[in-house]
Design a protein around this ligand. Structure first.
Ligand code: NAI
Length: 392
């Protein structure tokens, strides 16, 4: 293509320079694409559908190399000497996953001189300093919707396992014991309880849909965006505008909003005082939305009867993270697991395909799916990462 431009066009020097520029934006080859994924080890060798692993590379190697791009895949993400930090300096495209987040801080963005596009394989791009990305005109896209059903199912499961005191009951069986009263003393029905979601977007709404048949006393939501009337009617949910008022009404609070300046530490010591005594919390959104120590304390005292989820303020969570082992006064109330609710094998296929489609659009200068754009060419395109008057 380059030779065709040069041979057939009698161009002025300026026009020729513009042609070169035009050529360079067709993005045909020689791009460095860096992917930071989680190590799958033996499981990834045995199960090729674990596409989100270092070993299985989101299934992108052939696709990228056939186009002449360099594809670096690593799970090594911490510290100055990590593969992530070494290659971010000249990568044009960064693919990351919330399950093993490569934290793209403002400092690293400063060093990433060639970076133009960040793609999140999944949903939730808070591991990227989004405000810094806006300043540097770096686009941030995610595969919106790819795992929202996976997470909503996990939320409903987690609500049930807390309310029914399932984990201690199962652990008792494993220990070879049988003492019904010990577990029944803290087991309840979900029917007749008030359940509320902080954030009623794709996941929050799907949670409400799935809860409807349980005949809860009330379904509530807290969100600065109101659900459309038909959606509210479908799930028979009511919006509560004040957060303290909202939590004080709920037996179960589930957190389903993104992590941003307005939600970091939202569920803290002060807000916990307004929760009903004995309430349950399920957080599959982001660990840092809930204050680590305040939650551990509230569980220990029994003010909060149980906490469950798969997201942690740092991932992987350190071995001594209090959420691994916290227990309520009767020895239950912990449903924590590693970050995997949104990475079922079904979800991995969807987000791997979604990443490929985003890359394909990028390479061919085709418009991206609007719902996938978190940061676009002119700043924030989404309304979900906080209320902003302007786009940046
Ligand atoms: P979404 O963008 O469809 O919905 C988010 C909702 O949260 C929006 O309605 C927004 O208005 C609301 N919101 C934002 N800030 C709020 C605030 N301060 N207070 C109340 N509501 C607020 O996003 P979606 O798909 O429902 O995902 C939500 C989050 O779930 C993601 O950002 C991600 O952090 C997390 N997630 C976790 C996964 C996992 O594997 N554990 C997988 C996928 C998503």
């Amino acid at each position: 293509m380059l030779s065709r431009i040069i041979r057939t066009s009698p161009l002025t020097p300026t026009a020729r320079a513009n042609s070169f520029r035009q050529f360079s934006t067709t993005r045909t080859n020689n791009m460095k694409v860096l992917s930071v994924l989680y190590n799958g080890f033996q499981a990834a060798k045995e199960e090729p559908r674990l596409l989100g692993t270092v070993e299985n590379e989101l299934g992108l190697r052939q696709f990228l190399e056939n186009k002449g791009h360099e594809y670096i895949v690593t799970g090594d993400k911490e510290g100055d000497n990590s593969t992530f930090q070494k290659h971010i300096k000249d990568a044009e495209v960064l693919i990351t996953t919330p399950f093993h987040p490569a934290y793209l801080t403002e400092d690293l963005i400063e060093k990433a001189k060639n970076l133009k596009l960040c793609v999140t394989a999944g949903v939730g791009s808070d591991h990227i300093d989004l405000n810094a990305a806006v300043k540097k005109n770096i686009e941030v896209l995610e595969v919106t919707g790819s795992n929202v059903v996976s997470v909503a199912e996990h939320v409903v499961m987690s609500i049930l396992l807390l309310v029914r005191n399932f984990v201690p009951a199962h652990e008792m069986i494993e220990r070879g014991e049988w003492q019904v009263s010990e577990v029944a003393r803290n087991a309840f029905d979900l029917e007749g309880k008030v359940v509320g979601t902080i954030g009623a977007g794709r996941i929050g709404f799907r949670v409400l849909q799935r809860l409807k048949p349980f005949n809860c006393k009330e379904l509530l939501y807290y969100d600065y965006t109101t659900l459309p009337e038909h959606a509210e009617k479908e799930v028979n949910a009511h919006r509560v505008e004040d957060l303290k008022e909202f939590v004080s009404q709920c037996d179960v609070v589930t957190v389903n909003c993104p992590l941003h300046e307005g939600t970091r530490g939202l569920v803290n010591k002060e807000l916990l005082k307004h929760f009903k005594k004995g309430a349950w919390i399920v957080n599959t959104a982001r660990g840092a939305i809930c204050d680590k120590d305040a939650i551990a304390e509230a569980i220990k005292s029994g003010h909060i009867n149980g906490y469950s989820g798969d997201v942690w303020n740092v991932q992987p969570a350190p071995r001594d993270h209090p959420w691994r082992t916290m227990k309520n006064p009767v020895g239950g109330g912990n449903g924590m697991v590693p970050h995997y609710s949104g990475t079922t094998l079904d979800a991995q296929l969807r987000y791997a395909e979604g990443v490929k489609s985003i890359l394909d659009n990028y390479f061919n200068n085709k418009p991206q799916e609007p719902a996938n754009i978190i940061i676009g060419k002119k700043g924030y395109e989404t309304k979900a990462y906080g209320q902003r008057d302007v786009k940046s």
